[in-house]
Design a binder for this molecule. Structure first.
Ligand code: ARG
Ligand code: ZN
Length: 853
């Protein structure tokens, strides 16, 4: 019973207004809804979604319905002959305490909390649970005042009353019509951080951040980040906040990063709580970016929302693009680009080449939660970025303004978005629209011929598309290629935007004085690029390209080619060219002003990036190749790593661009130094000198990867020091799950019995088993299949508790086709066994059934 984009029908009824009353109780919360309903289509029945609800009462215009006047199934309530305009009252009871799926209304850690996107509202009450039904909500919450001092819902607070029996009743009104997936309710005991923000037009907005009691000081960074995001959206896009209050609640039990509920964001505490002793540079980065992301949704998602869930990228691709631009402005734009590209080249390319491949606008869905993917989000953001590249920043901004103005208060489609871009810029984007419907990663090949007699450069550029599930034939896409032409004598140095629109196309550049390299800048399209450059060209780019991303990319290409040699000829011993060592030595002796970029230039590609370059993943060749190269680099440049380590000092911890870069470079040096004899001492020193989590974890990780004898002791010290801190315990879990030795299985078993571990808490499960399956290729991809069976057992255990988490964890097993016989057989056996489990969730069923032959 999956749904298709092509089957979209306009809603039969609208519900312009709804008034909700929640009487909160752990295992029997009563929800009363009073809805104003209006018929839109003649004759159709009124169909309400509802799951795991107990119907108590139903009335139309105050007259209770008889049982024969409606039909009730396990998923729907249907009223066949509803009038044209009426009020509908429904009372249901639900059990938040038993809700371990964390979808709908759940009670965990003594906090009542909702998550409605995508289709969780139907677990709260009977309602047409689809994003094109927009309603104005009034919400009343009744609960015990002592236990739940804060009762929060969307919009503005309109009244607070003390009732008899120790209860209170708080009412909220949200004047903006919204889809039910943006509804939120939170009740609990919190510390509240208050601040305020005055918008560009002078409206004062009250900001409130709710955290677990005692954690107040860990919310300061998030609230400062929120103010930066609000200011940024005003200055970049002229977009202001629209309610009197903006609330953010941090909870420990949450399936994803955060949720943009109107005026009441709910956040995974991992992306809120931070201070200099527990947060890494990466944590601070993530907090700022996710705070930005949810805030930016207020316009791109909330004021203008999606017509149906196939349009998810309309809000997510666009909002990820917006948060990336925000982060780029707050820190190193180059590093941001590099990190975004790493994600596309690992997880997104993997998704494109596996059984779950889908276009950024999927066409068929069984479980919507399975489509909150790197394709919809991050490839979606790349598609938006291409629009900005094609139209220019001001053209893009004009298009966005047109889109928001034209569709304010509506639920619309990706096509509407492109039309606004077209109209605001008077261009035709018909071919560009294919990016929304075509799945898979295109390969673009550039062949160059330089005609020195005529000083002309000829480029022959082609795009190739491979079939993906359900899409055997593909058409040529419009692909913007942003390039620099650069010659070794530097006489040629020019920038061009090449628009590739055919399968094969010729481009000619006149007055090119000497033969240049074609440098691909900024990953201007989500494609695999093939150019057959050898070492001299790659070194030229790595040294002299204007674009930092391109310099890094040249190094990545070099390492990838080297590993490929090893994969093709496993007995080969890899040797490093002198010119390359010379260049790396230079960077170490004189780091660029962007130290974070320097650190990246000195880093090897990771296992996942390399794996995506092969149809069949040569696990051993990649792992051995990486290890041997790393050891050689450590040995050959030992003196320089040491010198750069010492020269790159950092004072007391501060989170800012310069110091983040310095730490990255210094820790990169440390990571190599751990592999040489004098390094062991240094790693211990680094650990004990550290005043921050970034350096502490760098020491631990370096010791672990180099298999230093001291690792055990350091790790034990670390766990004792932080045993009462949940955030750091998650880091400890992940660290131990990355143990490259056989010992890892002992750790996994022991830590799943740790006093802070709980199968019901997604953060704990992901910290331990997500890290194992996604960041420990050596043990996860063991040839004997032990890694796979470990993950499969975890998935089987999680599915009845929390299907969304189970379905995310299973991802690496779906890729069985990409491995050799032995690994493939082990993976398949695990998948088949899971498939045979009774009561498999829709989430798992959809993924497993798609991946089995
Ligand atoms: N809209 C949220 C965000 O991007 C994420 C919701 C994820 N929902 C889900 N069912 N996985 O910020
Ligand atoms: Zn989002």
């Amino acid at each position: 019973n999956s749904r298709r984009l092509a089957d979209y029908r306009k809603p039969g009824f609208l519900i312009p207004q709804i008034e909700l009353t929640f009487e909160l109780a752990a295992d029997a919360t009563r929800v009363t809804a009073l809805m104003q309903v209006k018929r839109q289509q003649p004759t159709v029945p009124l169909v309400l979604d509802g799951q795991q609800l107990e119907l108590q009462y139903i009335a139309i215009n105050n007259i209770e319905l008889r049982a024969d006047q409606y039909q009730l199934t396990s998923e729907q309530l249907i009223i066949s002959d509803a009038p044209a305009e009426f009020s509908l009252q429904i009372t249901t009871t639900i059990n938040p305490a038993a809700n371990t799926a964390l979808e709908g209304l759940y009670l965990a850690d003594n906090v009542f909390c909702t998550q409605c996107e995508a289709e969780g509202f139907r677990r709260i009450m009977f309602f047409p649970d689809r994003p094109d039904i927009l309603s104005v909500y009034t919400t009343h919450i009744i609960a015990d005042q002592q236990q739940y001092p804060y009762l929060l819902a969307n919009g503005n607070n309109i009244s607070t009353e003390k009732l008899a029996n120790g209860k209170s009743r708080v009412s909220w009104h949200d004047p903006f019509a919204k889809p039910c997936y943006l509804f939120a309710l939170v009740a609990g005991n919190f510390d509240c951080l208050s601040d305020s923000f005055t918008t560009a037009s002078g409206r004062k907005v009250s900001l409130q951040l709710f955290v677990e009691p005692g954690q107040q000081s860990k919310g300061q960074f998030a609230i400062a980040a929120l103010k930066r995001a609000m200011r940024w959206d005003e200055s970049r896009y002229n977009l202001e906040y629209d309610l009197d209050v903006y609330m953010v609640v941090a909870v420990d039990f949450f399936n994803m990063g955060a949720m943009e509920n109107k005026g009441l964001n709910v956040f995974n505490s991992k992306y809120v709580l931070a201070d200099d002793s527990i947060a890494t540079d990466k944590d601070y980065f993530n907090i700022e970016s996710i705070i930005g992301h949810e805030y930016f949704h207020n316009w791109t998602g909330n004021r203008v929302t999606c017509r149906d869930w196939f349009q998810l990228s309309l809000k997510e691709g666009l909002t990820v693009f917006r948060d990336q631009e925000f982060s780029a402005d707050m820190g190193s734009a180059t590093l941001n680009r590099i990190d975004a590209v790493k994600l596309i080249r690992t997880a997104q390319f993997a998704e494109d080449s596996g059984p779950m491949a889908h276009p950024i606008r999927p066409e068929q869905v069984l479980e919507m939660n399975n489509f909150y993917t790197v394709t919809v989000y991050d490839k979606g953001a790349e598609v938006i970025r291409m629009l900005q590249t094609i139209l220019g920043q001001s053209g893009f901004n004009r298009g966005l303004a047109c889109y928001l103005q034209r569709h304010d208060g509506q639920a619309v489609t990706c096509d509407d978005f492109i039309s606004a871009m077209e109209d605001a810029n008077e261009v035709n984007l018909q071919q560009f629209r294919l990016w929304y419907s075509q799945a898979g990663t295109p390969t673009v090949a550039i062949h160059q011929r330089y005609d020195s007699d005529n000083a002309t450069l000829h480029l022959s550029i082609s795009q190739r598309h491979t079939a993906t599930v359900g899409q055997p034939d593909k058409q040529a896409l419009l692909i913007p290629l942003q390039v620099q032409l650069l010659s070794s004598d530097r006489k040629v140095n020019q920038q061009h935007l090449i628009m590739l629109s055919q399968l094969t196309e010729q481009f000619t550049f006149a007055d090119i004085a000497s033969e240049p390299v074609v440098v691909w800048e900024n990953f201007s399209a989500p494609v695999k690029l093939q150019q057959d450059y050898k070492l001299p060209q790659l070194l030229l780019i790595a040294k002299h390209a204007s674009n930092g991303f391109a310099r890094w990319d040249a190094m990545q290409v070099f390492w990838s080619d080297l590993i490929r040699q090893k994969a093709e000829q496993p007995t080969l011993s890899l040797t490093l060219p002198d010119d390359l060592i010379k260049l790396m030595r230079q960077w170490l002796q004189q780091p660029l002003s962007d130290k974070a970029l320097t650190a990246e230039l000195l880093s090897l590609p990771d296992f996942d990036t390399l794996a995506e370059q092969y149809q069949h993943i040569p696990v051993e060749a990649i792992l051995c190749g990486l290890q041997s190269i790393k050891q050689q680099l450590a040995d050959v440049l030992a003196a320089e790593w040491q010198q750069c380590y010492q020269a790159t000092t950092s004072g007391p911890y501060h989170y800012n661009e310069n110091e983040v870069g310095a730490r990255a470079l210094r820790n990169r040096c440390l990571n190599y130094l751990a592999l040489v004899p004098q390094g062991s001492q240094l790693v211990q020193q680094h650990y004990s000198d550290s005043d921050n989590m970034t350096d502490t974890l760098a020491a631990l990780t370096s010791a672990q990867q180099a298999k230093l004898a001291s690792f055990g002791e350091l790790a034990t010290d670390f766990s004792h020091k932080w045993q009462n801190n949940v955030q750091v315990t998650d880091k400890y879990f992940s660290l131990m799950a990355c143990d490259p030795t056989d010992e890892v299985f002992t750790h996994l078993t022991a830590l799943s019995q740790h006093s802070l571990f709980s199968w019901k808490n997604p953060n704990r499960v992901r910290a331990l088993f997500g890290a194992f399956s996604m960041r420990n290729p050596q043990q996860f991809h063991r040839a004997d299949g032990k890694g796979y069976s470990c993950l499969a057992q975890v998935v089987a255990r999680m599915d009845p508790i929390n299907p969304q988490v189970a379905a995310r964890l299973i991802t690496p097993l779906l890729a069985w086709q990409r491995f050799n016989d032995q690994r493939r057989d082990h993976m398949l056996a695990e998948l088949k066994q899971l498939a045979a489990t009774s009561n498999l969730s829709n989430d798992l069923y959809e993924k497993i059934s798609k991946s089995l032959p």
